[in-house]
Design a protein around this ligand. Structure first.
Ligand code: LMR
Length: 337
């Protein structure tokens, strides 16, 4: 009779196969690799997609036969409405939601959503490397989430199905898809528009069918999801940031064998450097591809236009200062040159 062994990673072979032997079970030493699942919602050719692919490559090289990393892009395994829950349940091991999607777990992280807080991606990168920025990686451990790294995407642009999109008044009364973030909701309300929280995987169809009139996103997300094919104008507002935190289930991570955790940490560091180096390049080249496709017009803005958007969105800062903390906002602001 084969007996059940507690370790699922060992292969049980019964001694009955051995001629003349008493049926004594023994454990073969063959070990199957630990399967690690990385799920995300964007395409492979985006900065996050490339980071996940690199993580797999490096982790499997550093831990040969010990770890197998499975990457699931494009909301194939979990969309962003479910991925955090799935991580906490142990159904997936790494996810990298946009920083806008954590506000149920920590209010502090809302700092990244404040409109016009960062002048450019260098400022975002700098803030993430400061003590206050790094502390946010550990801010959700009590809720079971351990942040391992920040990954860049880029600055957000605003798009609509209208011809004119240069001033805040052009979006009054329009419906916008937003990520699940209260700050972003307030941002669109401040503009007199109607925000609607929606999972990333549903945005293309919502734009195509007119369920919403517009959205905000990076060039790489707009291009890889083909939003430019169902929008008329994309204004180059650079009004906010989409960046990511790679998170894992804190309990699962702490329970890993030390050598596996070390190998995965090193792979994460390499994947982070790789993805962050590529992010600006991918966004720049996707912007060009959008322009070349000639479907949506790219609307450049004057300094005066940008100042008008900034002023219209300003009330959001005061509204969230209490939750985020004035000190954290000041620290982030200091990262601008
Ligand atoms: C979005 O929902 O628009 C983005 O957060 C998607 C992503 O992960 O870049």
């Amino acid at each position: 009779m084969p007996i059940e062994h507690p370790s699922r990673r060992k292969v049980l072979v019964t001694g009955a196969a051995v001629a003349g032997a008493v049926a004594v079970p023994f454990i073969a030493s063959a070990q199957s690799p630990l399967v690690v699942k990385f799920s995300h919602v964007v395409a492979d050719q985006t900065p996050k997609g490339q980071g996940a692919v690199k993580f797999k490559e490096v982790a499997e090289k550093k831990l040969p036969g010990k770890v197998q990393v499975q990457v699931f892009p494009n909301s194939q395994l979990f969309g962003d409405a479910k991925e955090l829950e799935a991580l906490l349940l142990g159904d997936v091991h790494f996810i990298a939601p946009s920083l806008s999607k954590f506000d149920r777990y920590t209010k502090k992280i809302q700092v990244f959503d404040l409109p016009f807080l960062f002048d450019d991606m260098e400022a975002v990168d700098h803030f993430q490397s400061t003590a206050q920025g790094k502390a946010l990686l550990d801010a959700m451990v009590g809720r079971g989430l351990r942040g391992l790294a920040y990954w860049h995407n880029g600055l957000k642009q605003l798009s609509t199905n209208r011809d004119k999109l240069t001033r805040p008044e052009d979006v009054k009364g329009l419906k916008f898809r937003i990520q699940a973030s209260d700050v972003l909701e307030a941002q669109f309300r401040a503009l007199g528009a109607n925000p609607q929280k929606m999972a990333f995987a549903e945005v293309y169809q919502a734009l195509q069918t007119g369920v919403v009139d517009g959205q905000e996103n990076t060039w790489s997300n707009i291009y890889s999801q083909k939003f430019h094919e169902v929008q008329k104008t994309i204004a180059e507002t650079n009004h906010g940031v989409i960046d990511y935190m790679v998170v894992t289930n804190a309990k699962w991570w702490d329970g890993l064998a030390a050598d596996v955790r070390k190998g995965l940490s090193e792979a994460m560091a390499e994947a982070t450097a790789h993805s962050n180096k590529l992010a600006a390049e991918i966004n720049e080249s996707d912007k060009k591809k959008i322009a070349d496709a000639g479907k949506a017009k790219i609307q450049k803005l004057s300094k005066d236009d940008v100042a008008a958007w900034r002023k219209a969105m300003e009330p959001v800062w005061k509204k969230f200062e209490g939750d985020i903390g004035a000190d954290l906002i000041a620290a982030a602001q200091k990262s601008n040159k």
